[in-house]
Design a protein around this ligand. Sequence first.
Ligand code: BDR
Ligand code: CA
Length: 321
Amino acid sequence: MHPVIIDTDTAQDDCVTILLGLLDPACDLRAVTMVAGNVTFERQVHNAAMTLSVAGKLGEVPLHLGCDRPMMRPWVSAEDVHGDGSGGLSMEFDESVVDPKHGVDALIDAVNAEPGEISIVAIGPLTNIATAVVKDRSFASKVKSLYVMGGSNNGRGNVTPSAEFNFYVDPEAAQIVMDAGFKDLKIVTWDPVTLVDATYSREDYNNLCRFKTPIGKFFRRVCDATLDFNESVGVMGSTHPDSITLGALLHPELVLQEGSYRVDVECQSTLTRGFSAMAWDKYDLEPNATVFEKLDGQAFYRILEGILATETQPSREIEGL
Ligand code: BDR
Ligand code: CA
């Protein structure tokens, strides 16, 4: 079992990632930490709490609130892509749902308690991770593996032609993380990995939605809006960048091709803000990350089917499900 913390801006595939973390037998999910990203911070917390609830795990895995805005810039929303991130579902919410410890301190305390044991899967802007690096200079050296969903490998962005959302929202945080000296930094990109390996056609998506379990119904509600948006911009399927990032950690056989890269993130330009320069070995630069070049999307699809088929008893009623 892999001890894991998921750092998330919970909407759409972030929800799927939390479900995978809770229900995949290979994962020992220690905590969920929240960071500003996809939708309003309050909505993200609600989405994360509903996700814990639909799996019947509300209160079992702590939910920590981290940084509610990027380090140096105003927050940028992806509500045009994800709607509210959970298809209009709602649940009774109170303070008891949230752990009082700040997300950055939860990350720091967890790796200090078990140096070299905890892996972090960062599937939102890297604000919490960068803040942990700055607050505790030993943090990076004590994390077992850091898996990041962000950037593109010299390819397309999704917010601008050159930038992927997570790196675009907080480029300074992303650069701090690239420079921090994590021993095992792995990156899942938007282009090509998400677009080629983790985008399931509407037909395949509908097949994934055939499960009548609470999890199966929840999956469809949280993913529908994003699929509609994707098709409107020519991405012909349901995109699963975040969940395949955790999948690659839990099931290394999903990794079909990878390379050592020097990754840097553009922080100066307006035009190319958040662009990830990924220099491969030809350039003789000291590598700081392993970038996945090809993942086994079909094998991951089968893992998702197993998760969606799981019967659960939701901890609290979810209205609209
Ligand atoms: C990333 O941005 C978010 O909208 C998704 O959750 C994913 O983490 C893709 O660019
Ligand atoms: Ca995300």
